[in-house]
Write a protein that binds this ligand. Structure first.
Ligand SMILES: Nc1ncnc2c1ncn2[C@@H]1O[C@H](COP(=O)(O)OP(=O)(O)OP(=O)(O)O)[C@@H](O)[C@H]1O
Ligand SMILES: [Mg+2]
Length: 507
């Protein structure tokens, strides 16, 4: 409601009508219409593979649509290219910003603005002033002189936003921008988005986190299977309605519970330390059939611990035993041979092999299983891949399709499937449901619980507090490279307090 008084609110910036786009036999967009107004945050919501990223790639000129009309400020545009889109004031903030790493922030900003004709000559003082002003406008505490290489991904995103703002972008598009942000960075980004909106910029915002959409968006357009289910004011919807629009049915958001007592200790860690990862004095156990959750703020050392357990950065102190036997794990190969599987967090970089078939991507880590007497049992391998495709609802044209043809969320499911297929004793999951839609999230939860029931020990890292509490039998909380607390029956407030450091008083 707060926006209704603004004069520019009703002005349509961008209008897409009946946009169609196919990739071979896959109809990614089957006639989608979409309208973006000045001064609104318009969320795009939909299951993995629904067509969200494809639609925004049409808006930025990265994909040429097969049909349909695109109008900008009331005028039809055709043959849009990324360069032309930029000139027309359409900016897209990618998760992996395309900045020059060796140049400073102000050089990056200056070059970008120069390219669109704002500056015509190299003027250092002007570049610095402009960079300062733009960074200031979005509230980013980044020095104009800092080398881009030294900035974190989210800081680079902010530099991109500053560039967009400086080049006079009227439309800013963000595709899952918060996937790897800390709480603080997320707050800052939200503030930046609100500032852009207040300036009359139209923001297209894609996220699978419904709470973000409620916090930020004015309207939401829901895509399902390449079609638009409709556009609604966010104010008029609750979470259940939004999910229903997205998946076309009600989704249980109840977490599966453990039915049996956990069994033997599978992993025991005593006084584990790793100087390189900043970990110290970590002691805990994970039993067969148990889901041990690891909570903590981003940067608390959870991913570092996972990497130590998997042998990527081997420990330099303490002891480590699996099924009662002391082991040393100095490499991922050793970890795998001991029955440890690790689904890493940053699946965009460490996950799916884009050129390789989906089926092979799923079975590549479990090749041993598909050999009998030295002969590859191809049929069994394909069947296994197919069963994971079904269990996780991976959306694809064929298991032979390359990994790179899947949508982002479906690629994540493939990387989870790969490690589940190894039938490990200990499964380490780092943010397993990040970027995954609500329906698939429930599937992954059920699968993890089922695996635990079959005797697997699970160590799960998640920044999603309801998820970690709902899924875990016990929750360990990390802070600054240490395990500060282990809860049998965790409550959100306790976990937060321990993660922030206010819980230590009680110990
Ligand atoms: N370059 C491509 N080649 C072949 N198929 C593609 C390509 N890009 C997308 N697709 C297919 O188009 C459909 C829509 O994909 P898109 O990436 O738009 O989904 P999305 O809604 O962004 O999903 P997610 O939430 O998982 O990111 C999917 O079936 C996907 O496999
Ligand atoms: Mg996408």
């Amino acid at each position: 409601m707060e926006n209704m008084g603004r004069a520019f609110v009703l002005k349509t910036l961008l209008k897409l009508t009946e946009i169609r786009k196919s990739f071979g036999a896959v109809k990614a967009l089957k006639g989608v219409s979409f309208e973006l107004r000045a001064g609104e945050v318009h969320a795009l919501l939909g299951e993995n593979g629904a067509g969200k990223s494809t639609l925004i790639k049409v808006m930025t000129g990265a994909h040429r649509p097969d049909g349909g009309i695109m109008e900008l400020g009331g005028e039809e545009v055709s043959g849009l290219t990324p360069v032309r889109a930029q000139e027309l004031g359409i900016a897209c903030i990618y998760q992996q910003p395309a900045l020059f790493p060796d140049l400073s922030v102000m050089e990056n900003i200056g070059l970008r603005l120069e390219k669109v004709g704002i500056f015509h000559r190299v003027k250092w003082a002007m570049w610095r002033r402009k960079a300062e002003e733009l960074l200031g406008q979005i509230g980013a505490e980044i020095s104009p002189e800092a080398e881009v290489r030294s900035l974190s991904m989210p800081e680079q995103q902010l530099v991109e936003i500053a560039c967009a703002l400086g080049s006079g972008a009227r439309i800013v598009i963000m595709d899952e921008p918060t996937a790897s942000l800390t709480q603080k960075e997320q707050h800052l980004l939200f503030q930046v988005v609100r500032n852009l909106r207040a300036k009359g910029v139209g923001v297209v915002y894609i996220s699978h986190r419904l709470e973000e959409i409620f916090a930020l968006a004015d309207r939401v357009t829901v895509l399902r299977d390449g079609e638009s289910v409709g556009t609604n004011a966010v104010d008029g919807l609750n979470e259940a309605q939004m999910i229903r629009l997205m998946v076309g049915r009600d989704v249980e958001t109840i977490y599966p519970t453990a039915e049996e007592e956990p069994g033997e200790v599978v992993l025991e860690v005593k006084n584990l330390a790793c100087a390189e990862s900043g970990l110290e004095g970590m002691s805990f156990q994970v039993r067969a059939g148990e889901v041990f959750g690891l909570a903590g703020l981003v940067g608390a050392g959870r991913t570092e611990l996972a990497r130590v357990l998997f042998g990527i950065t081997p420990a330099d102190g303490g002891s480590f035993s699996l099924n009662g036997k002391t082991v040393e794990i100095r490499s991922p190969r050793e970890a795998i041979s001991h029955g440890i599987a690790y689904v890493p967090e940053d699946r965009r970089r460490h996950g799916v092999v884009l050129e390789m078939a989906v089926a092979e991507n799923i079975t590549m880590a479990s090749h041993r299983r598909w050999f009998k007497a030295g002969i590859l049992r191809g049929g069994v391998e394909t069947e296994a891949a197919q069963s994971f495709v079904e269990a996780l609802g991976i959306k694809l044209s064929s298991p032979a399709a390359p990994g790179g043809s899947l949508s982002g969320g479906n690629q994540q499911k493939v990387s989870v499937a790969r490690w589940l297929a190894t039938q490990p004793k200990l499964l380490i999951l780092d943010e397993p449901t990040q970027g995954v839609d609500v329906g698939a999230k429930g599937e992954i939860h059920r699968l993890v619980r089922e695996l635990a029931k079959e005797g697997l020990a699970v160590l799960m890292i998640s920044s999603d507090l309801p998820e970690i509490i709902g899924m875990s039998d016990r929750v360990g909380v990390m802070r600054e490279g240490r395990l500060v607390e282990i809860f049998d029956n965790a409550h959100a407030e306790q976990v937060m307090a321990a993660a922030l450091g206010s819980g230590e008083v009680a110990r």
